[in-house]
Ligand binder design. Structure first.
Ligand code: ATP
Ligand code: MG
Length: 562
């Protein structure tokens, strides 16, 4: 309902105008075009959200197109990961497409362009070409090969295709305008020779088309109505249109619709980087344990960390669509997962830094089963059984021998509530030779049992602690994460490489004890460890070993730390 009232973003406005000016609604078609040279990151979800969101809004097809024109960097592993991630976000593509499926069509159009004097083979060194390119304020100069005859161009291009030249010996360029104020229009490269096996076309081709020559034409072949991309492609739009207008002349009967490119701002997130190439470096240099390391800003990293698709989509929704670049604070993303998990995650108890408590007046050898609410935010979530006994663990930081009035946790002579159980009062403690507390002695009040409704259980106590019964405790490894980078904008320094800002202490491995109900927790399941934060069961979990990731704390403690 509230969605109806939301003002249109600028892309929706463009589409509404086009519809008002005669574009048929059934001709609306969008695409998301990743290059399979790495895993998708949170930035991509903005592009995904925009195109698939429009698909949902206008009931229009959205293609997933792999922009796979650079065999040197592309792999099937990445294709599979991208498909998994888009599906996980909950989007369905109409067609799975590959730019490499259009290599033949692109080649055929190229022959026509050469015949029409709109493309030529250049045989200079790349240095010579770079020199002639000019600068934004200085015109370029024509290549001495620019006026080769059509016959010669067709012959050389044919030999390029047949593998008769070495890499870099010849390239094919569009013949546009070396004096253009737009550098990209100065006879851009269309094809280069590359002796690399392609993940789909194998060794069929040894000439590969460049991005600008491929991208718009792929849009055109798929009859995409609105080709949406990030702002850095804005200067490419002129070239996009040049190629498109030319091929339209050749193929308007077969492909009557003309796509148009429009640009929106990239999503940048604080304390991380958004580039597949740079993320790959983190993987290759073992700074992280793979693309799906829970510290990575990749979709697979967020999934493994315990993020829900809904939280990621809510985040993208809040970020919105704009034409201005900015950096979104990562705490917004964390807010979104907290908000979602607060509604959906069952509460449990786990102790990360245990110290032993003995309840001296609780009968030795006895135990009882207490009933705990799974999630007070969800009345359908039910209850679970939590065993209680004479010896329990609490967090070390929840006890002090002495403390001021603001310390609401356990201290000698004071009473606190044990979550789901009884009130206890600390009476004494034991220490080892280093002065570390090894045991805290307490007494409990049997009349204060949680949920018993007694007058005693309504007594005012300030603190409530989580705990785990020692004989029932289950060992678990907990992985707690800090920011992967120490700088807010690791990518934003001219004189420093982003690698210089890697946080050396971004992973902390903790041996924790958790309540026995977690023994049967399944990989991916998410919980709130009461008072500590949200945790999920990591992929590394086996029947012998339980591993949790800390998804996020209960509060934004990090901003406060700063
Ligand atoms: P990277 O530099 O990470 O490889 P890219 O732009 O080269 O990013 P592509 O696979 O080519 O990655 O991107 C597919 C689509 O996702 C493009 O339309 C691109 O504009 C968009 N995209 C990439 N990064 C972002 C981002 N940070 N915010 C919004 N959209 C993005
Ligand atoms: Mg790219």
């Amino acid at each position: 309902m509230s969605e109806e009232k939301k003002p249109l973003n600028f892309i929706e406005q463009i589409i509404e105008e086009d519809l008002a000016n005669g574009t048929q609604k059934e001709n609306l078609r969008f695409r998301f075009p990743p290059e399979p040279n790495g895993y998708l990151h949170i930035g991509h979800t903005k592009a995904i959200g925009i195109s698939f969101g429009l698909g949902e809004k206008y009931n229009a097809p959205v293609n997933l197109r792999f922009d796979d024109t650079n065999p040197a960097k592309e792999e099937q592993e990445y294709v599979d990961a991208i498909k998994k991630d888009v599906s996980w976000l909950g989007y369905q593509w109409a067609n799975e497409c590959y730019s490499s499926d259009y290599f033949q069509q692109l080649y055929d159009w190229t022959i026509q362009l050469i015949k029409d004097g709109k493309a030529y083979v250049d045989s200079q060194t790349s240095e010579a070409m770079a020199e002639q390119k000019g600068t934004p304020t200085q015109e370029g100069t024509n290549s001495p090969f620019r006026d080769r005859s059509v016959t010669k161009n067709l012959d050389l291009f044919d030999k390029m295709k047949k593998g008769e030249f070495a890499e870099g010996e010849h390239i094919l360029r569009a013949k546009i305008d070396m004096k253009s104020t737009n550098m990209l229009m100065r006879d851009p490269i269309m094809y280069r020779v590359l002796y690399k096996s392609h993940h789909r076309t194998g060794k069929d081709w040894c000439i590969y088309p460049m991005y600008d020559w491929t991208h718009g034409e792929s849009d055109y072949i798929e009859q995409i109505s609105h080709s949406l991309c990030t702002l850095e492609f804005n200067p490419h739009r002129e070239l996009y249109n040049w190629f498109r207008n030319n091929v339209y002349e050749y193929s308007k009967n077969e492909y009557p619709l003309i796509p148009k490119q429009r640009e929106f701002s990239r999503l940048n997130l604080s304390y991380t980087i958004m580039s597949k190439r740079k993320l790959l470096k983190l993987v290759e240099e073992n700074i992280v344990n793979g693309w799906d390391d829970p510290r990575m800003p990749t979709i697979s990293g967020l999934r493994r960390r315990g993020y829900t698709p809904q939280a990621v989509r809510n985040f993208i929704e809040t970020v919105g669509v704009s034409k201005r670049e900015n950096i979104i604070d990562v705490s917004l993303l964390e807010f979104k997962i907290r908000e979602d998990l607060n509604k959906t995650a069952n509460r449990v108890m786990g102790v990360l830094d245990p110290v032993k408590v003995i309840i001296d007046n609780y009968p030795e050898g006895e135990e009882e089963i207490l009933i705990a609410e799974n999630n007070p935010e969800d009345e359908n979530s039910g209850t679970r059984e939590v065993p209680f006994s004479r010896e329990i663990y609490i967090e070390r930081e929840d006890f002090r021998e002495e403390a001021n009035k603001k310390f609401f946790r356990l201290k000698l002579g004071k009473e606190v509530r044990l979550k789901n159980a009884y009130f206890i009062t600390a009476t004494s403690c034991e220490k080892n030779e280093n002065g570390e507390i090894t045991v805290i002695h307490c007494t409990y009040d049997p009349l204060t049992k949680s949920g018993s409704g007694t007058e005693e259980s309504k007594r005012k106590v300030k603190g409530t602690l989580h705990w785990v019964s020692i004989p029932h405790a289950v060992k678990a490894e907990v992985r707690a994460y800090d920011r992967l980078f120490l700088d807010e904008s690791p990518d934003g320094h001219k004189d420093k490489d982003f690698m210089e800002f890697v946080n050396p202490d971004s992973l902390k491995t903790i041996n924790a004890f958790v309540e026995p109900s977690l023994q049967t927790a399944k990989i991916g399941e998410r919980f709130q460890f009461q008072r500590l934060g949200y945790f999920n069961v990591d992929d590394d979990t086996t029947s012998e070993k339980l591993v949790f990731n800390k998804t996020v704390g209960l509060r934004d403690s990090w901003t406060k730390k700063k």
